[in-house]
Design a protein around this ligand. Sequence first.
Ligand code: ADP
Length: 472
Amino acid sequence: MNKIRQLWRNIDFFSLRLRLTIGIAVVSALGNGSIAIWMSWKMQQILIDSHKNYVEQIAARLPRDVKLYSEMIPLETGLQKAIDNLTNTNTFLWVKNSNHKITAQSTNWHSLSDSTVAELMSTSEMPIKPEVYKVEQRYFVLCGSSLQVQGKVLGKLLIVQDITREQTMFLAMVQTLWIASILIIIVITVAIAYYVRRSLHPLRQLNQMTEVISAKDLAQAQLHIEHAPSEVKELAQTFNMLLSRLSQFWEQERQFVSNVSHELRTPLTIVHGYLQSVLRRQNNLTETQREALETAASEAEHTIRLLENLLDLARADSGYLHFHIEYCVLNDLVVEVVGMAKKYSERTIQIEDKIDFVEAKVDYDRLKQVLLNLIDNAIKYSEPDAPIILKLNQQENQAIIQVCDKGYGIPLQQQSRIFERFYRVDEARNHATGGSGLGLSIVKTLVEGMGGSVTVRSKLGEGSVFTVTLPI
Ligand code: ADP
């Protein structure tokens, strides 16, 4: 039951596949149904309606025959003779007078059982037009009319024809016809579902190919499907043109960001240098002047860092970010990073007591940049008295460095997005921290560039753990 419910939930009612299958199946069912109805009607005409016509003919002929005989012999004898002439194995005639007494009848009526005859006689509404009746598992065409000869009413004429064989045959054929039609519809529907699935396969392939194209592969991405219908090939061609336009646009944008960052970084670095030297050398500055210069220096530093991040990302995007991978003792690196971080922050930054000795193939400076970024975030997004802990472990052939804080934490639904460029969780709160939303995307780019990965585990109000995993 659960499986059926699951299957039902998985059906996409708006899919082209389902719509085409249902559409074609309905049309074929209608076509098949119409043929089956037409054939049933034709069989009824051939097997049953001919008997109804025959009964009608007898009803029309009997008065004429009786009239002819009555010119030669007495009326009653003529009537019986006419009935005898029209009677055959399956046809029975009765004439009843106004007192419901039988005045003439076919001599073969004994071939019917008494109960059948009694039931036929008792039929209250005799149809003027012949109709099929079922009496005791047998089928009869029945017709009743008033018998008038030369203006004289002789009674009520009842004509019965036994069509049990034909009717049974007709019903059996109709049943077989409908069963065959339903089976054909089922087979056609299954065949159509398979055919539609196969026909839409190239579209699904195209979808899968497009899904995996990332911004980085835009230039190389080419969609090509073997043995696809012309329409799908055209679509793939259009996609390819779109991809190449996107790639050009992406390249221009990257170039622009890189150029702007480069052009701005140099003068800003000079400005920052001058500000620092003025702050250091001039002792006669007023408090307000010193504050203004310090703010300007800090903003310049922040902007230089942003520009450097942008340059790094632009380089990574165009494949120009090079790594000097060599064997390094990560314990030394962690100690150095903590020392550096302590210089610009008074925060308690600890290295976990029990750490493994880990040596890995990494770019020493880039990994330092990664850890400084993570520690910087841990400081920014936690209260001033909350400690920050660094852990270093080795698991199989992986080095694992963790930066843990007991800060504000990150909501679960945003944890997967914080590594995106310019993504910041809480813009209002983050404003005060002065970030740009690029730090973690740089971290991710650098770690992945060294063949590793970075993940986050965080709980709101309890803190976050950033884990960097690197191959040894
Ligand atoms: P930013 O320059 O804003 O710090 P990042 O890319 O470094 O940019 O971080 C993206 C966002 O992720 C931040 O704006 C912050 O909301 C969230 N974040 C990063 N590190 C932490 C952390 N240790 N604790 C809580 N939130 C964090």
